[in-house]
Design a protein around this ligand. Structure first.
Ligand code: FES
Ligand SMILES: [Fe+2]
Length: 370
């Protein structure tokens, strides 16, 4: 199995929920080993830049956001706009010809959508080559079938209705796992750990043969719509679920069903945000239409337990990984993890060589017992 590699670049990451930053607030967030100053100007605009003042290295996160929508460094008061350009150096006097605008802090493209703040981590300083993924529409009345295959347009695709609306997070949970992104991602896509790791009466059922159809997506793969076997889904009646994964770590679970004669979609989004080589935040966000409000207590009770189970096993795993053992990925049950490594490798190679990314995943049925 491939050793833990550097997280991929040329992609969007999600370091914080939009609701965690009010206008005029900012803070340091680590992202891919880099200190990020993430904040929101007083006019509400989000921004992200390197949290290091180019003058003498003080974290800009210790400064303040001024009424004019600039950030003031706490050391000598240099001011920076949201695009990282220095707008003022207070110590300059008449006749000193230093143009502050020539000084800049590295800035990161940011998008705010669906209650999430996405930050683009460039490979080589390039402008974003994609847009962050949209959350499928939960309020749509139509239930559409997704198209699969390497050519389907996932980036920015609005499933199912064809229009991008801003989805509202109804439940969120963030937990820090003591591991790099790979073990966090693989742990979450592992189809057979549930019976052991999530060993709760409400999730458990006797082991049996599973057969699931997988298909490629532009930068990942999907377990195509199927009837889930876990009893917890019964709360939503008769549903189908579909699970997608795309780089760097966007996992959507798209649950569709009908209650009281009304069609609905519930979306579970799980993201792994690498902070540094040893910490990855696992962020879970659920979206559902307003009229499904009564399912909220279910998430409040079970949601944190679920991710905490995964975190605990990663904490245990760390005890073994300290000794750099050789690891294994076996047969169909580890095929999603094998695909993950292959897709990652193909992405890294396409960035390196400047050639087009080709998804190595082929459509397939996977079989395992769980
Ligand atoms: S260190 Fe930031 S203004 Fe001097
Ligand atoms: Fe899990």
């Amino acid at each position: 199995m491939a050793a833990e590699a550097e997280p991929l670049r040329g992609l969007w990451y999600m370091p914080a929920l939009a609701s965690s930053l009010a206008p005029g607030q900012m803070r340091r967030e680590m992202l891919l080993g880099e200190p990020l100053l993430l904040g929101r100007m007083r006019d509400g605009q989000p921004f992200a830049m390197r949290d290091i003042c180019p003058h003498r290295g003080v974290p800009l996160s210790a400064g303040k956001i001024l009424a004019e929508n600039t950030i003031e460094c706490p050391y000598h008061g240099w001011r920076f706009r949201r695009d990282g350009v220095c707008s003022a150096i207070p110590s300059l006097v008449e006749g000193q010809d230093l143009d502050p605008n020539k000084i800049r802090v590295r800035h990161y493209p940011v998008r705010e959508q669906d209650g999430l703040l996405w930050v683009y981590v460039a490979a080589k300083n390039e402008a974003p080559v994609s847009e962050p993924p949209r959350v499928p529409n939960v309020d749509s009345r139509s239930i559409g079938q997704e198209k699969y295959g390497p050519d389907s347009e996932t980036r920015g695709r609005d499933f199912p209705s064809g229009r991008a609306t801003n989805q509202k997070p109804r439940w969120t949970d963030i937990q820090d796992f003591p591991c790099g992104i790979d073990h966090a991602v693989i742990g979450l896509m592992d189809p057979v750990h549930a019976a052991y790791v999530h060993d709760h009466w409400w999730w458990k059922r006797p082991q049996r043969l599973k057969e699931k159809h997988y298909a490629p997506l532009p930068t990942g793969f999907a377990m195509t719509p199927h009837k889930p076997s876990k009893p917890a889904y019964k709360l939503l009646g008769d549903v189908t679920t579909e699970i997608t994964f795309e780089l760097p770590s966007t996992r959507f679970e798209i649950i569709k069903g009908k209650l009281f004669g009304k069609a609905f979609t519930v979306i579970g989004l799980t993201l792994c945000t690498p902070r540094d080589g040893e910490t990855t935040s696992v962020i879970q966000v659920f979206y559902w239409p307003g009229w499904l409000f009564f399912i909220r207590p279910f998430f409040m009770i079970l949601g944190p337990t679920f991710i905490a189970d995964d975190r605990k096993i990663v904490e245990l795993q760390r005890e073994g990984l300290r000794f750099s053992p050789n690891l294994m990925l076996i047969q169909d049950s580890d095929q999603p993890a094998i695909w993950y490594h292959r897709v990652k490798k193909a992405w890294a190679e396409s960035l390196e060589s400047g050639t087009e990314f080709v998804n190595p995943v082929q459509e397939r049925i996977l079989r395992w017992k769980s």
